[in-house]
Ligand binder design. Structure first.
Ligand code: GTP
Ligand code: MG
Length: 559
């Protein structure tokens, strides 16, 4: 159907010539090929506006409630690839023919895209019915109807309108440096950093929409499956630009529950992911660079979703990670200092190349977050409760056992008492660096890895098993140096107008201007200071705290 006044909307999808080969492959892999072209309709869900995620306020919603609302919102949403020259008014007018629009935004990523959320889900169906596929012959063979559309203008002479694009990227180093230098205190700096780096409302919407689009594809083969985001996209610790971790939840899929009794889960999961990987590779609109990493402990399919710009990891036997995300969400919501400190430490680690987007012997963001939580649990009075105390607050509804692991903890945030601790972020930042700058030598660790961070729910697993001795030492040295820089500054804080990096900026930006010679001197003194600290810590038995709790270089959020 031609679009009056606008142009032509087409559904973006598959590469036709590959279809037959892929479908043959799928039939081979699946024991139940009959599900392929099943009806995709789902139950209607109520529409309505949804509260924003975590901008400027701490969420008090239950994790599951927040996830369900976001998911329902995403199901009423379409993604449209737009030409550069577009009239926003005409565009919205056309789309409104299919029903009222709740909200929309534009963003750029290899072209201009619009995310349009209708008030009602049936508007999406109406819009899809009004679209064309590039080649009608393919229509019947396509097992799903994509909500990723492309708009072609009928009239190419339309004037370019002034469309405001939503930003999906973190600030540049220069901008960050300026913002931090003009902040009034270290507390202010940490809160500014959080505000600049946290996922925006639009970015969060785009993450849920991407999962929903992938779910459309997966549901063509596994009806009733759900693709849920987890990790930093939803645990409130995600920085703009972080990857999108997705969990293919097959609990509701009848077919799988029959296989569950056979006990050969891993192979089953590998097969399923293999099928989904093929689908994404061949049919997935905008999915590129699909890699199937099936022999890992947790098999996954990795790909880039070009339209959203997200690097995606899709797993299926990873329910515990979803539970860990909920635990972190709760910790992030309990006290406003938690996220500010975690963002500060994550950015600090990234700035000093302690973390990387490439897997290796370095510490991960997940481990860093656990370290901050562990540190905050040990303040006096504690800022965060231990996992054990969250378990004691749980009621019968909260009971949860996953693969034999007790994952029970309280889900209702309102049942957790706020902390009476009033320490400033500045103090916490300094003491975090001091604490880990004096991280003791290993003793009584459950294995020989240099760093042992206990996985909260699979307690026999070390989430930092990959960290090498040299990476751990680098972390400890940098923590010590940062503690030293902040201590020195107490005496000589530069005035805001001097444009000198200070506070968080001084420990965060390794290559900021005006720091060169100062850094050299500081480094030299810092090494002396380090020796002094070490001697003092031996004398005062400061690191013995770890020994007493049987946890030298061992971190556990449990007790
Ligand atoms: P970024 O992607 O770096 O922003 O942080 P993230 O928390 O999303 O980490 P990542 O993408 O590496 O992993 C996603 C989720 O998987 C984490 O939030 C954890 O719930 C879980 N996870 C990550 N690493 C481990 C690990 O070593 N062991 C276990 N059991 N779970 C992990
Ligand atoms: Mg992640």
């Amino acid at each position: 159907m031609a679009v009056p006044g606008v142009g032509l909307l087409t559904r973006l999808h598959l590469c036709a010539q590959r279809r037959t080969r892929v479908q043959r492959h799928i039939v081979r892999l699946l024991s139940c090929p009959g599900t392929v072209a099943e009806d995709l309709r789902r139950d209607e869900q109520p529409s309505g506006s949804v509260e924003t995620g975590f901008e400027d306020k701490i969420p008090r919603k239950r994790f599951s409630e927040m996830q369900n609302e976001r998911r329902e919102q995403a199901q009423r949403t379409v993604l449209i690839h737009c030409p550069e020259k577009i009239s926003e008014n005409k565009f919205l007018k056309y789309l409104s023919q299919h029903g009222p629009i709740n909200n929309h935004f534009f963003y750029e990523s290899f072209g201009l895209y619009a995310v349009v959320e209708f008030c009602r889900k049936e508007s999406v169906g109406s819009l899809q019915n009004g679209t064309q596929t590039p080649n009608m012959a393919m229509e019947t063979a396509i097992p799903f109807r994509s909500r990723f559309l492309s708009l072609k203008l009928k009239n190419q002479t339309s004037k370019q309108s002034c469309i405001q694009s939503s930003n999906q990227l973190p600030p540049s180093n220069r901008k960050l440096f300026e913002l931090l230098c003009y902040a009034e205190s270290i507390d202010d700096q940490l809160n500014t950093l959080l505000k600049e780096f946290q996922l925006t409302e639009e970015n969060t919407k785009l993450r849920y929409l991407t999962c929903s689009l992938i779910e459309d594809i997966a549901a063509a083969y596994f009806p009733d499956c759900v693709v849920r985001p987890f990790g930093s996209s939803v645990n409130t610790f995600g920085k703009l630009g972080c990857d999108l971790d997705m969990f293919l939840d097959l609990d509701e899929t009848r077919n799988l529950s029959t296989h569950k009794t056979s006990g050969n889960f891993l192979m089953e999961f590998q097969k399923i992911l293999s099928v989904i990987g093929e689908c994404l590779d061949h049919f997935g609109p905008g999915c590129v660079g699909v890699q199937k990493i099936l022999n890992a402990r947790c098999p996954l399919v990795r790909f880039s979703h070009q339209a959203s710009g997200f690097q995606c990891d899709l797993t299926t036997n990873n329910k515990i990670a979803l539970t860990s995300s909920e635990l972190l969400y709760i910790y992030g919501a309990l006290d406003s200092r938690v996220r500010a400190l975690v963002f500060g430490i994550r950015c600090w680690a990234r700035a000093h190349s302690l973390t990387s987007s490439i897997p290796g012997a370095w510490i991960t963001n997940f481990s860093l977050t656990m370290m901050v939580i562990f540190f905050l649990q040990r303040r006096s009075p504690p800022i965060l409760p231990t996992l054990d105390s969250l378990k004691t607050l749980a009621d019968a509804e909260d009971k949860c056992i996953i693969e034999g692991n007790n994952c029970t903890f309280v889900h209702d945030l309102n049942r957790i008492k706020p902390s009476g601790n009033t320490e400033t972020l500045e103090l916490l930042l300094k003491e975090f660096f001091e604490y880990f700058g004096n991280f003791g030598r290993e003793q009584n660790k459950p294995d020989s890895s240099p760093l042992y961070i206990q996985n909260p729910f699979e307690t026999s697993l070390n989430i930092s098993k990959n960290v090498s001795q040299s990476q751990l030492q680098k972390f400890v040295d940098l923590a010590q140096e940062s503690a030293w820089i902040l201590q020195q500054e107490d005496a000589h804080r530069p005035s805001v107008s001097s444009n000198q990096p200070w506070g968080l900026a001084a420990v965060l930006l390794p290559s900021v201007p005006n720091r060169g010679s100062l850094t050299k001197k500081k480094r030299k003194r810092s090494a002396n200071e380090r020796v002094k600290n070490l001697l003092e810590s031996l004398k005062s038995n400061r690191t013995a705290n770890f020994t007493e709790t049987n946890e030298k270089r061992t971190i556990s959020t449990q007790t």
